[in-house]
Design a protein around this ligand. Structure first.
Ligand SMILES: [Cu+2]
Length: 652
């Protein structure tokens, strides 16, 4: 629930009962779906020219325009350690990456298209199998005691690190001994001694081989044309076996005909090449996932109209073997495809140790969201199970030079996306009051489907505010009862780090109780802006015990969105405001633009249209500015009278 300041789980009454789900370490990242029918085009975002559906009832059989893409990500739920600003190692309940390891360690979202996710790590490379602590264990092995920031050579090594799903492996080889093989025309029917139950489907390859009694014409590599084939024994007139024992393949239009049938063969086999179909090897998942907690949890970023498949794998908490903690992913305040994926365990499903579950999300509304585990929320949130999530608007995909107003108007012809104040009182993103005549800029992005270019930015920085109570974390590690009412943060974190760690480039590394270095805090909080340009800060607060204020010195903060909603009234007037500080409670988010330009030219003659954000007449002076908290007791790292909630804005 987005607009409540407490963490109370409002019971989302699901129509689903909570079944005892059979769970496994499988991952799911389909290459096509109903709204994304062509696998070849689902790895990138097509230009937005019109709505996906224009019907007024139900779901069309095929989309009018394919919009968005498919995105996949895998994360672990477990434990780990992080390094605080005063050097203390702090124990976490936490999420870590199980896909996009290189992206996450580079401070990027770990969300990948199927072509990048569905790859297999090859353990026969010179590096050998994935190691605990990877990629830290490879880029900066414990023997060299790497000290951030990474060297250029280490960064290059990191960028080249395997980035797909860690455990994804070939399915088990499906090879069956053949009872009977016969030909009709050039269609061959193969009946196995055992059922063909390993995901065999038409289009798969089959290799037929055998000894002396198999006519050569049957042998070779062919394509399966049908499965579940009724198979009749000509001598009895009855089936050899049920249909799931048999399949067809074709010898092709010019293939040999009249091949003799072979019955009760002793050495004919049909084997199906190994494929990547979601089957995983648990070994690398446990090697990489255990004690690999990240603070913040792995970053996720998707685009409107995407379908997002997120697999959570619970690898257990090694430091707390007495606990049988489940974990979930709760996309806080997110318009879910179904309450089933809301991650509130009371109303939906929770993931047990040794299990994986794939969440499915649509992405109808752009904005800055966040996510967290919803098991015993005050505990798991305080302990570190908090992550960032944002959705980029379709307006980014409008062709450069075309009208933003028209593109925004076009979206209203899809009832799923329509935002018309006259018949939707919850609509927070109506058309602008006037058409300012602003076109899609050649470069740069937008925070929302504003229709007037007013949310334009050049660079974006996700910024998570959080706080740690070291006493709570200590008793959380040492089997003692936690004092929930005593919870009091002593470390104040931006992207999981206190100043001066906030301005350390590259991932922070922590040696965990397994003796291995892990990239515990991958995301720096340094804001870099070219003078005259605009930076979007996607700020979320996941703090359990404190309100947090963040102030900007020298660069005004323009607040354009709150809780993933554009600040706009029902008549289409922008309600953006400029301030020098913002205050958030746990469970809130804000979109803030830092504009390093004092004077800009007009882009449009229309009164009220925003200026030309792509050009700057008078930039702000270069230099280092600060984002910091004016709650001065939060400018500390526990007992250290220094540090805390502060970072740098580097304009140069
Ligand atoms: Cu949890």
């Amino acid at each position: 629930m987005f607009n409540t300041r407490g963490w109370i789980a409002l019971g989302l009454l699901s129509v689903f009962a909570v079944p005892a789900m059979a769970q496994s370490f499988r991952v799911q990242c389909p290459t096509s779906t109903v709204t994304h029918p062509n696998p070849a085009s689902n790895n990138s975002e097509p230009t937005y020219v019109g709505p996906t559906y224009t019907g007024t009832t139900g779901y069309g059989t095929t989309p009018a325009h394919v919009n968005g893409a498919i995105k996949c990500q895998q994360i672990s739920g477990g434990d780990g350690y992080a390094t605080m600003g005063d050097g203390t190692q702090t124990y976490l309940f936490s999420f870590g990456p199980l896909s996009g390891l290189a992206s996450i360690a580079s401070g990027q979202p770990g969300t990948l298209p199927p072509s990048a996710f569905n790859t297999r790590y090859d353990p026969t490379t010179t590096k050998g199998p994935l190691q605990p602590g990877d990629p830290a264990a490879t880029v900066a092995p414990v023997t060299t005691q790497f000290v951030p920031p990474l060297t250029p050579a280490q960064m290059t090594q990191l960028a080249g690190f395997y980035n797909g799903a860690v455990g994804l492996d070939y399915n088990v080889v499906n090879s069956v001994n053949v009872l009977n093989i016969s030909e009709t025309g050039t269609t061959v029917t193969v009946v196995g001694y055992t059922p063909l139950d390993l995901n065999l489907k038409p289009g798969d390859q089959v290799v037929i081989s055998g000894g002396t009694d198999l006519p050569a014409g049957y042998k070779g590599t062919f394509t399966v044309t049908a499965i579940n084939v009724v198979n009749i024994d000509p001598t009895t007139g009855k089936p050899f076996f049920p249909p799931n024992y048999a399949f067809n393949y074709s010898l092709g239009p010019t293939g040999p005909t009249g091949l003799a049938a072979v019955n009760e063969s002793s050495d004919v086999t049909a084997s199906f090449p190994r494929v990547l179909d979601g089957h995983v090897d648990p070994r690398p998942i446990m090697d990489v996932g255990v004690m690999n907690g990240n603070m913040p949890a792995p970053l996720m970023a998707i685009d409107e109209d995407d379908e997002f498949f997120l697999t959570l794998t619970n690898v257990g908490m090694i430091m707390r073997p007495d606990l049988f903690e489940q974990h979930t992913v709760h996309f806080h305040g997110y318009p879910n495809a179904s309450a089933f994926y809301d991650g509130v365990p009371d109303a939906s499903v929770a993931i047990n140790i040794g299990a994986s579950f794939t969440y499915y999300y649509l992405s109808p509304d752009a904005g800055t969201y966040f996510w967290h585990c919803h098991i015993t929320p005050p505990e798991h949130l305080q302990m570190g199970m908090v992550g960032q999530l944002y959705v980029r608007p379709r307006q980014n995909r409008v062709a450069a030079g075309t009208s933003l107003y028209t593109a925004r108007q076009t979206q209203d012809s899809d009832l799923r996306m329509a935002c018309v104040s006259a018949n939707d009182i919850l609509c927070s993103n109506p058309l602008p009051a006037t058409n300012g005549g602003v076109n899609r800029a050649a470069t740069g992005l937008y925070a929302y489907n504003d229709g007037d270019g007013s949310t334009f930015y050049n660079v974006e920085y996700p910024l998570q505010i959080h706080g740690f109570d070291p006493n709570f974390h200590f008793v959380g590690m040492t089997f003692n009862p936690e004092g929930f009412a005593d919870m009091k943060d002593k470390y104040f974190l931006l992207n999981g780090r206190s100043y001066p760690d906030t301005v350390t480039a590259g991932p922070l590394q922590t040696q965990s109780a397994d003796g291995v270095n892990h990239f515990s805090q991958p995301l720096p909080a340094i804001i870099k802006i070219t003078p005259g340009q605009r930076a979007l800060l996607r700020i979320s607060d996941l703090d359990v015990s404190e309100y947090q204020t963040l102030a900007s010195l020298g660069i005004p903060m323009q607040v354009i969105g709150y809780n993933a909603k554009l600040l706009r009234d029902q008549a289409g007037n922008n309600l953006y405001y400029t301030t020098n500080s913002i205050t958030l409670g746990g469970g809130e988010s804000l979109d803030v633009i830092l504009d390093t330009c004092a004077v800009r030219p007009a882009v449009s003659a229309v009164a009220g249209a925003p200026p030309d954000y792509t050009t700057c007449t008078t930039p702000l002076p270069t230099g280092t500015y600060y984002l910091y908290t004016p709650n001065l007791d939060h400018l500390s790292n526990d007992a250290e009278n220094f540090g805390g909630l502060m970072t740098e804005v580097r304009v140069n």
